[in-house]
Design a protein around this ligand. Structure first.
Ligand code: ADP
Ligand code: MG
Length: 682
């Protein structure tokens, strides 16, 4: 029996209306219902008051001593108290606004109450009261599940329904974990674990159940990624690019600089993927300024030589313009027609660009990710490069790969993610890493100063600009409010424009029209403007080598990755650069971030320390990373399990008979049904 095929209304008491109510919770089938785990438990096990801490939740049983007394504050608000003899200790039980209980409570009667313990007053602020013996027997000694519900679904109804589901279908829950893994980690059977997650008899069972299901959840996730990777490698037909290595070498030889060893290595990895008949799906990670753009250009050139079109996708319009011009500078001398496609184009320009793309006259297209989402028709797309797009989820990445013609895909990111996590988040990709900076890079001296030194910072900016350099001044987004953000950058801009005159100051923020932004950036790039006051729109990828000063105002409001990105905007030319963090941090974390920034400029090191500071869940940020919302697993607590699950998943997937071995059939079928529905498997 397949529980994910049985609709919830197979259960008694679930009609059309209930079915809809449950659907609101994402529960459609019996399998969904059984996996609707509680997020906490109500603890009705008897407490030992002598051990209980002040403010603990406790449950006690005792004999009522005397009559309850009620005080009314107004028509609705009341306070009722009674003395309860709990194993010889007189405890005061207090109920707020539950005066209806008064008539049910008699002297000498046994009562069970649950609530918050006040150790000093020997009193319990009761919120659950079990009066009858039947009730007491039903709840006492239990951990009761608390579920997320909606306004139309009552907790006790859902509890009963889930209990009923287990009674009717519990036996049908099939084990899916291979026996050797279950034995190795001493994991309890699946059906039992699922049951105990809802109705544990005690903490120990609850823990065992959680341990088993967390492992299962993470194993399934890793299996999905690795299987996907294997399928892409072996089964998905891709383009086997054909180009002459000599011509690529000739291009590399004409660059203004020799490639670093690391660049060479990743270029080889990428080119060999491109030549292979499978679809490339590779992540290129390299610190800010490590030279990813030129690697992208080489790949695009090889793709062009092979007779295909290429697309370079970047996160912002500013970057689109900038990359279009820098890539064009590199490739145009070799006959490659690079075409930008951005929102700032006029309708006519856009139509022309689209026409060129469709006819195949555009060899390389550079734009935001609208390039792939919109109705842009390529004649023959052979390579897609996504710059700084690590925030794409697994599913979106899969969609991208399924874009017609199965183009090779290269993702580039400057936010180095520690290895374990990289594999977790990008588990279905191959990873190339540039771990070496181009020679001759000037170090960036980083200082952290308090806000009261602002006037001296202004003097410093003035001095640098007078000697021909340029500066960025970054203002943060305050509380996500666009308006405040604007005011803040605006204020700083106005102040600096007055104080620094005749040095010219420009302003850049997210609410400007694309054409305005472009104009400001152009002025800055051409040194018509010496100081650029900006919100974080310059965060990624902007390249103005003459800029040597990066001032970040309220720096403690930024995360480490972002600070590192911002700092990476300077130190790109020959000159020694300076980064000044202006901040009065209010938290320990804030102080620690400032300290880390002043201690190292190595992105991988920063990333490691950031991870240690925040824990993986926070570090990745579920929304940003495209990490799935795990039902049970918590990446902050369960990283070790994740690592183990990954190793096991790799082992499983790499068995030649993974999909055919009879013992593994339930697992493979489960994966096919539940995890890989968005991906073509046949
Ligand atoms: P990122 O990896 O942050 O995208 P870029 O590709 O923008 O870095 O490169 C930063 C700067 O370093 C650019 O000005 C680029 O021309 C230069 N660069 C790249 N590779 C080398 C190299 N091997 N030697 C010297 N300079 C290089
Ligand atoms: Mg870049």
């Amino acid at each position: 029996m397949n529980l994910s095929q049985i609709p919830v209304d197979a259960l008694p008491g679930v009609g059309e209306q209930r079915k809809q109510d449950l659907a609101e919770l994402g529960i459609h089938t019996i399998a969904d219902l059984l996996a609707h785990y509680p997020y906490r438990y109500e603890d009705y096990r008897l407490s030992d008051l002598s051990q209980a801490e002040h403010d603990d939740r406790v449950t006690v049983r005792g004999q009522v001593f005397g009559q309850p007394s009620v005080r009314w504050f107004n028509k609705k608000k009341s306070r009722m108290t009674v003395k309860l003899d709990v194993d010889g200790v007189m405890v005061n039980v207090i109920w707020f606004n539950q005066a209806y209980l008064k008539d049910k409570i008699r002297a000498g009667q046994t009562l069970v109450v649950s609530g918050k313990w006040d150790r000093h007053r020997l009193s319990i602020n009761a919120d659950r009261t079990f009066v009858s013996q039947v009730e007491q027997e039903k709840h006492l000694g239990r951990l009761e599940p608390v579920y997320s519900v909606t306004s139309s679904i009552k907790m006790h109804w859902l509890r009963k329904l889930i209990y009923e589901a287990f009674t009717q279908y519990g036996r049908e829950i099939e084990e899916i974990l291979p026996q050797e893994l279950r034995e190795r980690y001493k994991l309890i059977p699946r059906a039992q674990a699922m049951y105990y997650l809802h109705f544990p008899k005690g903490k120990k069972e609850g823990m065992q159940a959680r341990r088993r299901m967390v492992y299962e959840e993470l194993l399934l996730y890793e299996l999905k990624l690795m299987w996907l990777k294997k399928i892409t490698r072996t089964e998905t037909e891709g383009i086997a690019h054909r180009f002459s290595d000599d011509e690529v070498e000739a291009f590399i030889a004409k660059l203004a600089f020799p490639l670093t060893g690391a660049q060479r290595r990743v270029v080889e990895e990428i080119l060999s993927d491109m030549k292979a008949p499978h679809q490339m799906n590779r992540l290129l990670q390299g610190d800010v300024g490590s030279g990813k753009t030129v690697v992208a250009a080489i790949a695009l050139y090889a793709n062009y030589l092979s007779g295909h079109q290429g697309a370079l996708m970047v996160p912002t319009e500013i970057l689109a313009d900038q990359h279009a011009s820098s890539i064009s500078k590199l490739l145009a001398p070799f006959g490659v027609n690079v075409v930008p496609l951005t929102g700032s184009m006029t309708a006519k320009e856009r139509r022309e660009a689209l026409g060129q793309i469709q006819m195949g006259l555009a060899n390389v297209v550079v734009g935001t990710h609208a390039l792939i989402q919109e109705a842009v028709v390529y004649r023959d797309l052979g390579l897609v490069i996504m710059d700084e797009q690590h925030r794409f989820g697994v599913k979106q990445r899969a969609t991208l790969r399924q874009k017609g013609g199965a183009p090779d895909v290269l993702h580039m990111t400057a936010t180095p993610i520690p290895r374990t996590l990289a594999i977790t988040v990008f588990g279905e990709m191959d990873v190339s890493t540039i771990d070496e900076m181009p020679a001759g890079r000037q170090p960036i001296d980083t200082y952290w100063v308090k806000k009261d030194l602002w006037p001296r910072i202004v003097n410093f900016i003035a001095k640098e600009c007078q000697s021909g350099r340029q500066a960025y001044v970054i203002c943060p987004l305050i509380e996500e409010s666009e308006k405040l953000d604007l005011e803040n950058a605006q204020e700083v801009f106005e102040q600096l424009a007055t104080q620094l005159a005749p040095i010219r100051v420009g302003l850049l923020h997210g609410r400007m029209a694309p054409a305005e932004k472009e104009e400001v950036m152009r002025c800055y790039a051409e040194n018509e403007v010496q100081v650029l006051v900006s919100t974080t729109v310059v965060e990624v990828g902007v390249n103005v080598p003459n800029a040597t000063v990066m001032v970040i105002y309220d720096a403690d409001r930024f995360g480490l990755a972002q600070l590192h990105q911002l700092r990476g905007r300077v130190g790109r030319g020959g000159g020694a650069s300076t980064c000044v963090l202006v901040a009065d941090p209010k938290s320990e974390m804030g102080v620690e971030r400032m300290r880390i920034m002043t201690e190292t400029t190595d992105g991988f090191e920063i990333s490691r320390r950031d991870l240690a500071l925040r824990g993986p869940g926070d570090f990745l940020g579920v929304k940003q990373s495209g990490l799935p919302d795990f039902k049970l697993a918590d990446l902050n607590e369960d990283v070790r399990v994740l690592e183990v699950a990954r190793t096991d998943a790799a082992w499983l997937v790499n068995q030649p008979d993974f999909t055919t071995r009879p013992e593994w059939r339930p697992l493979v079928e489960y994966l096919r049904e539940n995890q890989l529905e968005t991906l073509k498997l046949d």
